[in-house]
Design a protein around this ligand. Sequence first.
Ligand code: ZN
Length: 215
Amino acid sequence: MAKQGIRRRGQQQVEDVKGGRRTANLDVLQSLVTEMLLALGEKPGRNGLLKTPERVAKALAFMTQGYHRDIDHLLNGALFPIEYDEMVIVKDIDFFSLCEHHLLPFYGRVHVGYLPNKKVVGLSKIPRIVDTFARRLQVQERLTVQIAETLKSKLNARGVGVVVEARHLCMMMRGVEKQNTIAVSSSMLGAFRSQPQTRLEFLKLIRRGSVGDSD
Ligand SMILES: [Zn+2]
């Protein structure tokens, strides 16, 4: 019954201006949040919660907008032919994602390196690729592989390395309640996999202090 009630409500789907794709169905999400509040024993009608379903729906839509982003659209016009064939590294890219097992955040940093093969991507696009995959329901391992494989195939790169370091609220707030644990995952493709030297150079460069650090 509840389901039908939800379906009957107006479809408040919003067009994504840039991609021309649909975003999350805010109307359905709002109804579900109201039901969730009831199921938790709350009173959705009380003052503090009146606008909560709307806020949560919007927040969820924002945090999962990666489903509606298109990588080819994102990279359109951002690939440049170049003779440079040394390693390109973009490190300390902040990301926020939601674990698909608990719908709780995990967040941290992504480090990306690749060996160009006659073309490079505009540096600002790499964090956007990270966001595209992070802003979905994820597991850290898949997020890591998706970033690496996308760069490998879209750039036809000779090699790609991706390291993700993350804290998971589902581990910190519940379950094992380990507050200081950082999960590290990596994906090494092409030369980063086959050549230990390349992999080591990448790992060394991402461990070095950031620009402006005193060390
Ligand atoms: Zn989790």
